[in-house]
Design a binder for this molecule. Structure first.
Ligand SMILES: Nc1ncnc2c1ncn2[C@@H]1O[C@H](COP(=O)(O)OP(=O)(O)O)[C@@H](O)[C@H]1O
Ligand SMILES: [Mg+2]
Length: 254
């Protein structure tokens, strides 16, 4: 997705499509929103961040106009990324949807995506993120639409090690802090969970100091106590559900 944006001439020479639709899916707190921002930054493209609520409108006809305006603006840019977070709020399964607006807007977005001429020398990337991929309209996943799917899983041991490093960096920690033990005790925790654990561990010596105790560093005892009292926000059963969905819809990348 990124190289054709960065090397449009080369992509054109080899007949490689630039842009398209990409869906990031996975449990909450795994960094999907963060990655979307990083991608837009990497591509040096004009980014349109829109929420389903901005598009949807209770006024008949307005939602359609909003979609048209959005795609017209994005198409007039040399490089544009439309990022829609929590995309499931906009495009639930058409069968389940009661809303008339929804029933018109979903096909319209699909048409806009499909109708974009990828060889016209302009680049448009539609980036969606969802915690609930199974609620999406299967029609969204057809070729020319959100046809690339990227699974953003819970962090593995190596990633959790890095996450503890990131979120403890710049904080005073005792020599007894053992990252491999933190990794062992945080299986199933998301990136957001680990960030929260580090914050809570830091607040223990902080609150003691506020209450008048001598200032001390964050110790292994603080981190283990917080881990013990904070269960992971995603349970194992739910995590397996994402994997199963990806397999059933023919996931490309993970
Ligand atoms: N892989 C990661 N690397 C670094 N930080 C992460 C990661 N995953 C989550 N976080 C932290 O958790 C916060 C929430 O993640 P977010 O991007 O909102 O997750 P999602 O959109 O998947 O629910 C991020 O802003 C970041 O601080
Ligand atoms: Mg998010």
């Amino acid at each position: 997705m990124i190289y054709p944006f960065q090397h449009p001439e080369l992509a054109k020479a080899y007949g490689i499509d630039v842009g398209g639709g990409l869906l990031m899916y996975g449990p909450p707190g795994t960094g999907k929103t963060m990655f979307a921002k990083a991608i837009a930054c990497e591509l040096d493209a004009t980014m349109y961040v829109i929420s389903p609520a901005q598009i949807m409108s209770k006024w008949v006809g307005e939602a359609e106009q909003n979609v048209k305006k959005l795609f017209d603006a994005a198409k007039s840019e040399p490089k544009a990324v439309i990022f829609m977070d929590e995309v499931e709020a906009l495009v639930p399964s058409r069968r389940e949807s009661e809303s008339n607006v929804m029933q018109r807007v979903v096909p319209q977005i699909l048409q806009e995506l499909e109708g974009f001429d990828r060889k016209a020398g302009r680049a448009l990337l539609f980036l969606g993120a969802t915690n609930e991929p199974w609620t999406l309209d299967p029609a969204m996943m057809r070729p020319g639409r959100l046809d690339s799917k990227v699974y953003i899983p819970l962090p593995d041991a190596e990633a959790r090690f890095k996450l503890f490093e990131i979120y403890l960096a710049g904080r005073p920690i005792e020599d007894d802090v053992d990252f491999s033990v933190l990794v062992e005790n945080s299986s199933g925790y998301s990136g957001a969970d680990i960030k929260a654990v580090c914050g809570r561990a830091a607040s223990r010596p902080f609150l003691e100091s506020v209450a008048g105790a001598p200032q001390r560093k964050i110790g292994m005892c603080d981190l283990l106590a917080v881990l013990a009292e904070t269960p992971p926000s995603v349970n194992a059963k739910d995590a397996a559900k994402y994997r199963a969905w990806g397999e059933n819809t023919g996931v490309e990348v993970s």
